[in-house]
Structures are given as structure tokens and as C-alpha cells.
Write a protein that binds this ligand. Structure first.
Ligand SMILES: NC(=O)c1ccc[n+]([C@@H]2O[C@H](COP(=O)([O-])OP(=O)(O)OC[C@H]3O[C@@H](n4cnc5c(N)ncnc54)[C@H](OP(=O)(O)O)[C@@H]3O)[C@@H](O)[C@H]2O)c1
Length: 245
């Protein structure tokens, strides 16, 4: 382990991969702040994990992001894990089949949210001796599937942002590492009732934290390692395998 964080923020810590990240970080004795979208979800999570400081945040909403950043301005985070996200499935050839679909909302939550929160939190991260920002994207950021076009695009956009941000911070000599974690399909509410070969949220969280400890810039979780290998050998084959899903 090259560096030990002490004060972490995990967005979307109430369920799924985020909750498991929070549990693992608490076990490592970090001071953890975590977020959920409503008083109710935060209250429930707080009953399970009372040692965590819980905050309400809708990262798809600019006012909520600004208010949240104000409340945590003195938290002195040295690890920020942008984990929260949503996924909407939509068949674009049948637009009436999904009237609830909201492109702007999905991009706000999955892309604009973590980007703007990074802007708001960067000054406190840059004050630390060492710090890290982790973006939880997806194997789908490497190659999209057909069933959720906007989700895949939002994760590819976040991946691209992370690369440029990393270069800017390195260029300025700031002590903030930028890390991308790319999970495969994970058994959470997001994937309930669909998909095969899922890994547990706990396994995903542990691999992400092991990757951070190992000093990785990009953490390929589970089957994303295989996808990356196939992509190196044949980008076209990797694309064909993923797009079918
Ligand atoms: N599951 C997978 O197969 C998979 C694969 C690759 C990548 N990922 C990525 O991993 C991350 C976690 O996914 P998951 O499967 O653990 O999700 P999940 O079980 O559906 O949990 C989503 C979390 O995000 C929070 N959230 C939802 N909308 C939000 C908003 N507008 N603002 C702030 N927080 C919000 C939720 O809070 P509430 O409880 O309050 O709703 C919840 O804590 C996501 O970025 C996802 O894209 C997941």
C-alpha cells in the first residue's frame, strides 16, 4: 500500500456497490461520509451503519450539489469515490415503450454530477498531502451494449473526463490521483432480474479498494479484465461481444 486515506466520501453509499465500499472503508477505520438521495434512504442506511456520517445528495441537481459541497467544505476528504449512478434501459426503435426515459437526467446523474462535484471538492482534496478521486464507470465505458445507449455514453464520457483531469492534475504537480474503476455486471438493484454471471457487490467493492491500494490508475474489476484483454487483441471482437447485450 502506497498511501493510506483517512477521510473518505462515497456517493451512493446507501445500497449496492456503494454500501459495500462504505462497509469496507469503515472496517479499515476511515472516517466515512456517504450519501443517499432522500432522508428515508439515508435514515435506513444510517440504522445499518451508524458510524458513518450520512448526507442527502441528488447529484443530478445543481442546487443539491452546491448545498452538499457547502456542508462538507471542511471535511478535508482525502478519498472521494464517485460511485452513485443510475441506468435506464431503452429500445430506441420503440420510443413509446419507455415514456419515462429521461436522457438529460441520466447524463446529469452519471456524468455532470461527478464532474461538477469534482470541481467543488477539488480545492479541499488539493490541500491534503495526498488524495485520490475515484470514478466508478463501467466495463461498458470500454465497449457499449445495445440495451442502454445513454448509460454507456455517460460512462464513456466520464472515462474520458477522468483521463483529461488526471493529465491536468499531473501537469500542475497536484497531489491528487485520479483513478477509474470499471466493474463488470454486479448483483445489485441496478441489475435486478437481468444479466448473467454477476459478481457480488462486496467482491466488486473489495477489488476496487485493492486496486486503489495497489496504486492503479484504472481498476478492471472481475470480467472487465477479460474484456480489456480481448480488446487489446481485437477491438472489433470486443465490440461485437458487448453490443449484443
Ligand atoms: N451494478 C452493475 O452491474 C454495475 C456495473 C458497472 C458499473 N456500475 C456502476 O456502479 C455504481 C453503483 O452501482 P450499483 O449497481 O451499486 O447501484 P444501485 O444499487 O442502484 O445503487 C445506486 C446508489 O446511487 C444512489 N443514487 C441514485 N440516484 C442518485 C442521484 N440522483 N444522486 C446521488 N445518488 C444517487 C442511490 O441512492 P438511494 O438509495 O437514495 O436511491 C444508491 O445509493 C454506479 O455508478 C453504476 O453505474 C454498476
Amino acid at each position: 500500500m502506497t498511501w493510506k486515506a483517512t477521510r473518505a466520501l462515497v456517493t451512493g453509499g446507501t445500497r449496492g456497490i456503494g454500501e459495500q465500499l462504505v462497509r469496507e472503508l469503515v472496517q479499515r477505520c476511515l472516517r466515512v461520509t456517504a450519501t443517499g438521495t432522500s432522508e428515508a434512504s439515508v435514515r435506513e442506511a444510517s440504522a445499518r451503519l451508524p458510524q458513518v456520517h450520512w448526507e442527502v445528495l441528488d447529484q443530478g441537481d445543481a442546487d443539491s450539489r452546491a448545498a452538499f459541497a457547502g456542508r462538507v467544505a471542511r471535511a478535508d476528504f482525502d478519498l472521494v469515490i464517485h460511485n452513485a449512478g443510475i441506468q435506464q434501459l431503452r429500445d430506441w426503435t420503440a420510443p413509446d415503450a419507455a415514456v419515462d426515459f429521461d436522457t438529460e437526467r441520466e447524463m446529469q446523474i452519471n456524468f455532470v454530477g461527478p464532474v461538477e462535484l469534482t470541481r467543488l471538492l477539488l480545492p479541499q482534496l488539493a490541500r491534503q498531502k495526498q488524495a485520490a478521486i475515484v470514478f466508478v464507470t463501467s466495463g461498458l465505458a470500454l465497449a457499449p451494449k445495445k440495451s442502454s445507449p445513454v448509460y454507456c455514453a455517460s460512462k464513456a464520457a466520464l472515462r474520458s473526463f477522468a483521463k483529461s483531469l488526471r493529465a491536468q492534475l499531473q501537469n500542475e504537480g497536484l497531489p491528487v490521483r485520479v483513478i477509474e474503476a470499471l466493474p463488470p455486471i454486479v448483483d445489485t438493484d441496478m441489475t435486478r432480474g437481468r444479466g448473467r454471471g454477476k459478481i457480488s457487490a462486496q467482491a466488486a467493492a473489495r477489488q476496487i479498494l485493492t486496486g486503489i491500494d495497489a496504486g492503479r490508475q484504472e481498476i478492471d474489476v472481475g470480467a472487465t479484465r477479460l474484456l480489456r484483454l480481448i480488446q487489446r487483441i481485437s477491438p472489433a471482437l470486443a465490440g461485437r461481444i458487448m453490443i449484443k447485450r
